[in-house]
Design a binder for this molecule. Structure first.
Ligand SMILES: Nc1nc2c(ncn2[C@@H]2O[C@H](COP(=O)(O)OP(=O)(O)O)[C@@H](O)[C@H]2O)c(=O)[nH]1
Ligand SMILES: [Mg+2]
Length: 319
């Protein structure tokens, strides 16, 4: 879980409305309590309650956001990079800092105005202090209007993110399109892979779980140029780079893509320096001679999913 429990982050105008409404309600309750007191004491009590309520409500709103947002530097690189696909992460930090500034500034002004209200001798002069306070609070919250908007966008993005279990032993299934990656994932992890929706795209990142112990990630696309990948491909690539412990590279000798290209992609994948397992798909379509020849050429080539899962479990125990 990346985000703690934060509901929708309201806009500047909504926030000011909510806060002032709470303050007015608290002031009405206070009005009941101060009945029978001197006019100046009544006025002081009511207005102090009002400005304190504004401050505490803004505190509550800011803290709920600040405390529940993930701390980026502690996030797994997968999530850091994933956020960078959409957002300027430095700006997110600044926006969280802006909320901290907002709450501290309002608290300071509340102390300042509170002192004036306490010192004021004429009840007629108390209301203007409150009006001043409201105007200043409004302009402070307005200064962080764009921060509220950004943080709400980030919140929605994080809420809809695929829940990769970044601490689980993870295997990425990689290879050219149509070599049989998704089929293999389904066979290894049950017929319907657990599917996570990606916001704003129609495509999905396929995740599958073997005995609740091993997470498999299906990697769509050809993984050639990061900039040219669509968002799902990028996520799959980032999962392979930052979350996977092992990569299963699929060779398909029926050649939906030319063999030389499959070898070239293999060379690229090797650069990630992760334990690499070679798997031959569609062996049912190949002659025994062809399979023997491939086994000779590709060291450790695995044929059949039973042998594959054995190998993965062995690595899971040893890594
Ligand atoms: N005969 C045979 N066909 C397979 C095998 N694995 C996948 N296919 C077929 O190859 C095509 C592409 O498979 P798919 O899993 O979608 O490939 P992906 O694009 O790598 O995910 C589909 O028509 C599958 O039915 C296999 O082991 N044997
Ligand atoms: Mg597929």
């Amino acid at each position: 879980m990346l985000l703690g429990k934060i509901g929708k982050i309201s806009s500047y105008t909504e926030t000011v409305d909510i806060v002032f409404r709470h303050a007015n309600k608290a002031a009405e309750e206070e009005r009941e309590k101060v009945k029978g007191k001197l006019r100046i004491d009544k006025s002081r009590g009511i207005e102090l309650t009002r400005i304190r309520t504004v401050t505490s409500e803004l505190n509550r709103i800011a803290d709920r956001i600040i405390k529940n947002f993930p701390s980026f530097d502690n996030l797994n690189m997968f999530y850091q990079e994933m956020l960078r696909l959409r957002f300027d992460t430095e700006q997110i930090k600044k926006s969280l800092g802006a909320l901290q500034w907002m709450k501290e500034t309002v608290a300071r002004i509340e102390r300042e105005v509170g002192r004036k209200i306490k010192d004021e001798k004429s009840f007629r002069d108390i209301n203007p202090f409150r009006r001043q306070f409201y105007a200043r609070v409004d302009s402070i919250v307005k200064k962080v209007a764009s921060d509220f908007i950004l943080l709400e966008k980030v919140r929605k993005y994080l809420r809809d993110m695929p829940v990769l279990k970044e601490r689980m032993f993870t295997v990425s299934i990689v290879g050219f399109p149509n070599v049989g990656k998704t089929t293999l994932l389904s066979k290894l992890t049950g017929s319907t892979p657990e599917i996570s929706p990606i916001p704003f795209t129609t495509q999905r990142l396929n995740l599958g779980y073997y005995k609740k112990l091993i997470q498999f990630v299906d990697t769509p696309g050809t993984l050639h140029h990061f900039e040219e990948m669509n968002e799902v491909e990028k996520l799959a690539y980032l999962a392979m780079k930052y979350v996977s412990h092992v990569i299963v590279y699929i060779y398909d000798a029926t050649e939906p893509y030319p063999w030389t290209q499959q070898e070239a992609l293999d060379t690229e994948i090797k650069k990630l320096n992760k334990p690499l397992i070679y798997f031959l798909s569609k062996d049912d379509l190949l002659s025994a001679e062809k399979i023997a020849e491939l086994k000779k050429n590709i060291k450790g080539l695995i044929i059949g999913q039973e042998e594959l899962i054995q190998k993965v479990e062995e690595l899971e125990r040893n890594i």
